[in-house]
Design a protein around this ligand. Sequence first.
Ligand code: AHR
Length: 324
Amino acid sequence: MFKKSLIAVAAASMLTLTACGGTGSAAGTAGTDKITMGFAQVGAESGWRTANTKSVQESAKKAGVDLKFSDAQQKQENQIKAIRSYIQQKVDVIAFSPVVESGWDTVLKEAKTANIPVILTDRAVDSSDKTLYKTFLGSDFVEEGKKAGDWVVEDSKSASDTVNIVEIQGTTGSAPANDRKEGFEEAIKANPKLKIIASQSGDFTRSGGKQVMEAFLKNNPDIDVVFAHNDDEGLGAIEAIEAAGKVPGKDIKIVTIDAVKDGMTALSNGKINFIVECSPMLGDQLMDLAKKVLAGESVPERVVTEETTFTQEQAKQVLASRPY
Ligand code: AHR
């Protein structure tokens, strides 16, 4: 019992020490034992991102974490600037969702030298030095791409002709764009009739999806399927398809990833055919991991988010209860 309390006191004082800067991370809230987290968000490009920001902000509040938040407007240089400013402010922990996968080693080394632990959330970096961050919390994007591809394989198994697929990729160089492409391509190898005839980035935005789809429609009279890397791009594609006088979900089938409210509404209205879920609700797990890291507890190298998929029928059933 006594031993247990001693451990608890030791753990608590370790947390306080770290939070107040005892290991070189003098907290912005010096004098209190509140954890200060610097969070460098990608931007506000999609419904998913808005829900993710809300989740992080609400969870920080609930967990009593003092959150410093920045929006990089989808630019890596802005994110690097934000991280450097968090290092200067001596926050206790930095969390960020990297806009793109490469180019992070220098700034991550600066955080390490300043003794500030880093947690990756949502997206990965391609750094070979795994000591530059404590853990990575987020989805398995390759798996998401595979699930999307598996649906196309199943849906077109009786096709007698080539099935022409166009792909609207996410932000060039980002982990979800790279991995979803990889997973999707892997899955559709199962049927040689499935062909990606065009592939371009819509930068994970609705306007980007619309623009790319307009160009695809102009250059390819015979499109059967759209694979959009997120709901917003798919929603933009719907606008372009309707403007071209075609019926989304029927003349051209649409598969997307995310399952945010607008996407799920289009799915239940028959304009999208299938959605692979990517959960933005990472806030609670992030706060938990941050507390553990700062208490010196071990955390898994990788925490994978649990996710499902939705057909049109399933979307109708759950739409009213979707939290985002
Ligand atoms: O990194 C997650 C992806 O980024 C989501 O699928 C997309 O909507 C967002 O912009």
